[in-house]
Write a protein that binds this ligand. Sequence first.
Ligand code: FBP
Length: 563
Amino acid sequence: MILEILKTHSTRMYKTLTELSSPSIVQIKETMKSILQSNLNKKNIDVPQVLQEPASTNMAVEYTQTKVAEDIAVLTPNISSETVYKFVSGGGGDFSSKIGVLFSGGQAPGGHNVISGLFDALGQNTKQGVLIGFLNGPSGLVNNEYTLITREHIDAYKNTGGFDLIGSGRTKIETKEQFQQSLETAKEHSLDTLVIIGGDDSNTNAALLANYFKQHKQPTTVIGVPKTIDGDLKNTFVETSFGFDTATRVYSNLISNIARDALSAKKYWHFIKLMGRSASHVTLECALQTQPNVTIIAEEVAERSQSLAELVESIADTVIKRHKTGLNFGIALLPEGLLEFIPEMKTLISEINELLASNISLEELPKQLTPPSHNLFTIIPEAIRAQLLLDRDPHGNVNVSLIETDKLIAHMVDEYIKNNHTTVPFSYHCHFLGYEGRAAFPSAFDASYCYCLGKTAYLAGTQKLSGYMVTIMDTTKPIQDWVPLAIPIASLMHLEKRHGHMKPVIEKALVELDQPAFKHFEMHRNSWKSHNNYVFTGPIQYFGPNDIVWRCTHTLHLEKSTK
Ligand code: FBP
């Protein structure tokens, strides 16, 4: 079938069948697979009834109405529908036969299942279907670099983590040329549907592309899929982004292993920084799963306008109190984005950014800081000061995510104790948990959720819902009761200042302090501080009793059970 497609398909990039295969598929031979991978590749995934049926027997009906902000509607006039759709049996849509798909941004477990769901839906609806994977993120679309996805790929990648089947990237489609080149790629392949699997920025890109395609009469339907381990792409209709469940379970297993080591050795404090570029959802979820002694939630620090010194003192206070009851060890969780939520630190970082932009020398820079920022700069350990000055992001700004917050805080707690409580023994280790969780085999939840998202993306394409994001509601219920939806991406967007310019973006969902997950944590954290209430979660289980294999996150469970 592939050779036939090749003959009829555009030849700009297609050469031979061998060249078409991405290198990774050639490498994945059965002998190279772990026993777990072989079994997971073969594992079936349940879907609700509506996603089992061919697209020709499904239709989208109104679920509810939402709102698109006026300033966003002006910027995206071609995709400003305010109807949220639900997919149900009956009626019938068209079917898409040429679909393009790409990953955008950081890896998140389950991505390959979105592609598997798309592939299976495509195969179920047409024998002539082509699924084109654009390589290494949005740049693959812009530069028309791609591979054809085949049954062989799906059989080797189903239920695996990572994005290595087609790769990912962080290119943003921003310039006129990039939009036009993307349109040319869509036209060249006669794409019926383009599926963009990404986070807030990537889904914003999906909406802007959809708007551009419509404006230029390009009939490709653009659909977004909510991905990010950070968990900050969620709203009334998106209960969770995919990957959050698996990543937090991987981290929780590692945290609880460290906790058990601490409990055995009784001599170390462990400072563990957890990924999550801005929001603290990952840290909060891991705290709920493992019950460590100290957990810092960045959104709370901002709410209380805590200074770095106050934060350090509050952690040292727990160290000292535990020491008084004979416990000279503990576990502290810190979110990756913490520094930007400490008001004085945020000011310091923005002053450094402005000075860096003025091309001032690094020796001169500290002298030009305002007195409060200068004071703060001087109490920060030297290694961290160097990171503040030397590590830059692509825009030339301080690369906050590279700053070793765990070391900064642990070092300052150490200094504080040495200066004020000389008799308290304090030894510490620092850890950063991030990449360990982004490419793990997806949990049963993420595997099913993602496969359903892929199938729903196919349906949304057949219904021509361009500029929509697919999502699944009621995921704490049995799979048969899951509700596949499509929501207008424009309704999630607002204008925000980014690098000095107002841009339409999807607002990141931060941890809300009045919501059930934080409230539950707040209610229990004092007892976790003084006792050893660690919960040892163990690794993710993929086979076995349902109550071990099948769990949703504490965050989702708490949010849904209090509604
Ligand atoms: P996405 O928002 O693209 O899903 O990526 C999230 C993330 O995993 C953050 O938690 C982390 O700060 C960042 O990616 C790391 O980025 P990189 O992979 O470029 O090092």
